[in-house]
Design a binder for this molecule. Structure first.
Ligand code: 7RM
Length: 633
């Protein structure tokens, strides 16, 4: 297969080429695709503004490369294999020809409803095939998709719709999640009270529950699809035309709309998919992420479909009807490549080995993880129980902003080391810097992880606020992209990501800003001030620990805890709910008024004897009070 690296030696030589001459390296990868017009120049960039352009003046449509390009050679091969929430219901598959037809019809449906190139379309849907189809239909007509994870609240949805000024929302009546059903359309209705920019809501029937349809605004998906033709010429896009926006949390303010563009994202997601997972023709590939996150965008939809793979999409949850659900699906569909998050592995490991034992998982060849550091116990269990000690585990490090996997073993080629993401992919040039921005050279060192050269799927801007993009990623260290992660490089030059060095926390692989959670808690009437930190959590990786100061301290604390949880659920969603809430009368602040989170983190971790220097605090006595009231772990 073209573009595929077949040995570690080949990796080393490809890596060398990619650094010595990045432009010809990436041009050779891009040549494998169908371009409506070739590019004039491969790359122009500076990290100052930043301005990054790949495949300049090249014209293409990514769906032509995901679909049309494969029709001749693999029209009858399954493109999407969908496993529903309820194991008693049948799986549904779409061949490449069928997917092509559905995408074209849906694209025409969007056009009939007024969608045009450059419009932002919000997609708030469960993990059903129509979600993937909707994403591709937007890309077909050049509309910019903004997928919002269906676990976010009405308020969070409204913020995202407003920020990028969407005109259409695609949703469903409801969603199934394990034993529960969630009234999605109702959440959309609530959010649209503050979103006058939305003129159309297209509603798919999934659960059949009753919904309110607003006359003149809401239409049924199946009605709108009826007359649509399955011919839809792909809209010509510039390589740098925006493909999608995806919101992600940072250390300050509201989530940012990360913008990815068409050409570079296409080239990089395909290249990284094939190489990291060592995809072979005919493999059944399953990534358990939700399409509401970047992992779903790049490695359920785009990477696999660009590569002509069969991508499995699962609607349900890992623990329903029981903790053997993932392994049943592996057995049932003969999954060859399986990609999940450490938090899911830990949760399933905690349920006991009986759910893995007894399932035939011999089809598995490659395992992957993403989203957070994987601890050795989880790694060992995954390797032994799931992989039967004969599947390489690729620990893939990347971010919403990177578009694709940057540091990871290539399955079967790169020597593995548990909890290490190991080595950069070709085209990726990491470096470690100290807090002053000075490069830390050599091996056996630790520092802040940066990138010194652009790769094709690097973030281009944050929607509507380019300055924020510059500030967040390109201003901390001059001429470098700063990831926000801390990282070790061992004696052999292998990379191990140690976690965020900023105020971002990673709860069950979901990225959350502590400031965002604090703002949500502060919305509660009786709250004066809040400080949120992460602390180690056996299953979630990190848990949310909130220190809260109340106006009237003699309230019923249990009741108030409940109400704070509802407030956070209402403003962000259940994923951001604090695991622990400690009521305090003061927070450790410096004389300039900055909260010293380092101290709060240590207390939350239970390391009250390692607080370090607290003499710079305005009032060191608050520390004693917080320590004595700390909630045991
Ligand atoms: C893909 C995704 C990004 C943050 C990132 C890290 C953490 C992701 C790993 C990891 C250690 C890994 N995008 N992270 N993968 N940490 N090892 N293999 O997760 O934008 O949602 O989060 O996640 O801190 O900066 S994300």
């Amino acid at each position: 297969m073209s573009n595929k690296i077949n040995s570690f030696e080949e990796y080393l030589s490809e890596y060398k080429k990619s650094v010595e001459d990045p432009e010809s390296f990436w041009a050779s990868k891009a040549e494998d695709f169908e371009w409506m017009k070739p590019w004039d120049k491969v790359l122009e960039w500076n990290f100052k503004e930043p301005k990054i352009e790949w495949f300049i003046n090249g014209k293409l449509n990514i769906t032509q490369n995901c679909l049309d390009r494969h029709l001749h050679s693999r029209g009858d091969q399954v493109a999407i294999l969908w496993e529903p929430n309820d194991p008693k219901d049948n799986a549904i598959s779409f061949t490449y020809s069928e997917l092509y037809e559905q995408v074209c019809k849906t694209a025409n449906m969007l056009k009939n409803n007024g969608a045009k190139k450059g419009d932002r379309i919000c997609i708030y849907m469960p993990m059903i095939p129509e979600l993937a189809i909707a994403v591709l239909a937007c890309a077909r007509i050049g509309a910019i998709h903004s997928v919002v994870f269906a676990g976010f609240s009405a308020k969070a949805l409204a913020d995202r719709i407003q920020d990028c000024d969407c005109n259409i929302v695609l949703t469903s009546d409801g969603a199934y999640r394990g034993a529960k059903s969630i009234a999605l359309k109702k959440i959309v209705d609530d959010s649209l009270v503050t979103c006058p920019m939305i003129d159309t809501v297209i509603v798919l029937k999934r659960t059949g529950e009753p919904v309110t349809m607003e006359e003149g605004r809401d239409v049924w998906w199946h009605d709108e699809m009826k007359e649509c033709s399955s011919d839809c010429t792909p809209t010509e896009m510039d390589a740098e035309d925006e493909l999608f926006i995806l919101y992600t949390s940072g250390s300050t303010g509201k989530p940012k709309g990360v913008v990815h563009t068409t050409g570079g994202y296409m080239v990089y997601t395909e290249y990284s998919f094939k190489n990291v997972f060592q995809y072979n023709e005919g493999d059944i590939y399953w990534c358990t992420a939700d399409i509401g996150w970047i992992t779903g965008h790049s490695y359920i939809i785009y990477g696999p479909l660009l590569s002509g793979a069969t991508t499995l999409m699962f609607e349900g949850v890992p623990t329903w009807p029981d903790a053997g659900r993932f392994w049943d699906i592996v057995e049932k569909h003969n999954v060859n490549i399986f990609y999940t998050a450490p938090t899911a592995i830990r949760a399933l490991q905690a349920c006991g080995d009986e759910f893995v034992n007894g399932r035939d998982m011999n089809s598995l060849r490659v395992l992957g993880t993403v989203g957070e550091p994987i601890n050795e116990e989880a790694w060992t269990w995954y390797n032994e129980k799931v992989g039967n000690k004969n599947c390489p585990i690729v620990d893939t490090w990347w971010q919403t902003e990177t578009g694709g996997i940057l540091i990871s073993p290539l399955a079967g080629h790169t020597p593995l080391k548990p909890s290490y993401a190991t080595l950069p992919l070709p085209g990726v040039q990491p470096l470690l810097v100290d807090n002053e921005g000075k490069e830390i050279e050599g091996n056996g060192v630790e520092g802040n992880l940066c990138m010194k050269f652009p790769w094709p799927s690097i973030i281009r801007t944050t929607y509507g606020d380019h300055e924020r993009c510059r500030q967040t990623y390109f201003s901390t260290y001059e001429n470098l992209y700063f990831t926000g992660d801390g990282c070790k490089r061992d004696e052999n030059g292998l990379y191990r990501i140690t976690g965020r060095v900023d105020d971002v926390i990673n709860v069950s692989g979901h990225r959350l800003g502590t400031a965002e959670i604090e703002d949500a808690i502060d919305e509660y009437d009786n709250v004066v001030e809040t400080a949120v930190v992460g602390y180690p959590h056996a299953i979630k990786g990190q848990g949310v620990y909130a220190y809260v100061i109340c106006h009237s301290p003699d309230v019923d604390h249990d009741l108030m805890r409940q109400e704070i949880l509802s407030k956070v659920t209402e403003i962000i969603g259940p994923i951001a709910k604090p695991d622990k809430i400690q009521f305090v009368t003061g927070l450790p602040k410096t004389r300039s008024g900055k909260i010293m989170r380092r101290i709060l983190r240590k207390i939350a971790e239970g390391e009250t004897d390692k607080l370090g220097d607290i003499t710079t605090l305005l009032d060191p006595s608050v520390v004693e009070e917080i320590k004595s009231g700390a909630l045991s772990n």
